[in-house]
Design a protein around this ligand. Sequence first.
Ligand code: HPA
Length: 247
Amino acid sequence: MTKLALIGGTGLTSLKSLEIIRREVVHTPYGEASGPLTHGILCGKEVVFLARHGYGHTIPPHKINYRANIWALQHAGVSNIIAIAAVGGIRNDMVPGRLIIPDQIIDYTWSRKNTFFEDGLTQVVHIDFTFPYDETLRQRLLKGCHAAQLDVCEGGTYGVTQGPRLETAAEIDRMERDGCAMVGMTGMPEAALARELSLGYATCAVSVNWAAGRGGGSIIKMEEIDATVKTGMEKVRELLGHVVPLV
Ligand code: HPA
């Protein structure tokens, strides 16, 4: 049976409607995952939930053990992953509060453990990453948004920064010139590691603030982000109620 995993990001460390069956601590060759895997039933389907930043939201983006997380999910029998992420809006239509299903990635991160293919290889491995997200899963997310009548941006390039600090206005200008529509800190190497293990992977992003220098150019206030995260993640919960039965 193909199993679906949900990786929760900022503002989504638990799923109220998940009927929890058990928690599983997976010891991986890459160390500890962000926490135990939560196995449960959502909308009649078996799903596995993992809070990317830990269940107490204590692990910053650059310290997340992405390899352990993805390896643990595959070990648990997962074949598809829906990753939830809070992002800052760069393009005009990435208004705070909107959902976005990105279709491309630019990776600006550095020094993260970003591959499973490094030690003990009999041959060098290069995965194809032309289209970083699984298109079938993306289309299901979009279908779910439409069914739930949720306002959604149907594509856009997710620029992934190292963090944990937010960007300067000049960095966002550069990212916009590169073609980035949104900015976040956790999209990579997560997506590439999922591809290395042949897992279907797509992201549902929520714009929770205007990126630095956008939306009038004032400084970014955490209280405003927190409020938008709350309302945005309610939309994600609603979306999952429509998407999970489709996967
Ligand atoms: N920059 C980077 N990551 C983010 C942002 C941002 O403005 N908002 C939410 N995650």
